[in-house]
Design a protein. Structure first.
Length: 180
């Protein structure tokens, strides 16, 4: 099973209609659509990406595959999520999903970076997730800067002292963490 599918399988039972969720790296919108479908019109999904085209394509997918869902897409770095999210999301968010690296088919230089990724992870974990909420981080060590970012993420997670489930495939590494 692809690691992106594993993320959805893990979150499937946890997410309920009406929940709040964040897609920290919208990219092709695959995770955004999944979150929107689980949460429905009574919940709220916030997505972040720094590429306008990514958000445009994601919106098209959402219109087709999750019509009526309540999804706000922000053209902004995830490290600034606290400037865009409503205060009501604090300690109330059921799932926050990071799919790191660059978007295949787009500009490879627009990849996530260790420093901004760690800042965003800190906000996700420290401010937004609720008890029982899940943080999902999928790292891609194969591109320039990717290994450094993946190592930084692993170190940050190790320092949390939380129980982490890590799954490694040929290259990508998935970490799933639940807030106690
Ligand atoms: N590597 C994955 C796809 C990752 S897409 C795969 O192979 O399937 C990662 C997305 O993160 C891209 O669309 C990119 O524009 C976005 N991104 C880069 N830096 C970001 C940041 N600081 N905040 C939010 N999104 C960012």
């Amino acid at each position: 099973m692809r690691l992106t599918e594993l993320v959805h399988q893990h979150l499937h039972g946890l997410l309920k209609p009406g929940d709040l969720a964040i897609d920290a790296t919208v990219g092709n919108g695959h995770d955004t659509v999944f979150l929107a479908q689980r949460i429905g019109a009574t919940g709220h999904v916030h997505g972040f990406d720094i590429q306008h085209d990514a958000l445009l394509h994601a919106r098209q997918h959402l219109d087709k595959e999750a019509p009526g869902a309540n999804v706000e897409l922000h053209l902004a770095g995830h490290e600034t999520m606290d400037r865009h999210l409503p205060g009501a999301m604090a300690a109330s968010t059921a799932a926050i999903v990071f799919n790191l690296g660059y978007l295949p088919g787009a500009d490879k230089s627009v990849a996530t970076r260790a420093s901004t990724t760690l800042a965003a992870l800190q906000l996700a974990w420290g401010t937004y997730l609720r008890p029982g909420g899940v943080l999902s981080v999928l790292c891609y060590p194969g591109h320039p800067g990717g290994q450094k970012e993946a190592d930084a993420v692993e170190q940050w997670l190790a320092d949390l002292g939380a129980k982490i489930t890590t799954t490694r495939s040929a290259g990508p590494v998935l970490h799933l963490v639940t807030v106690e």
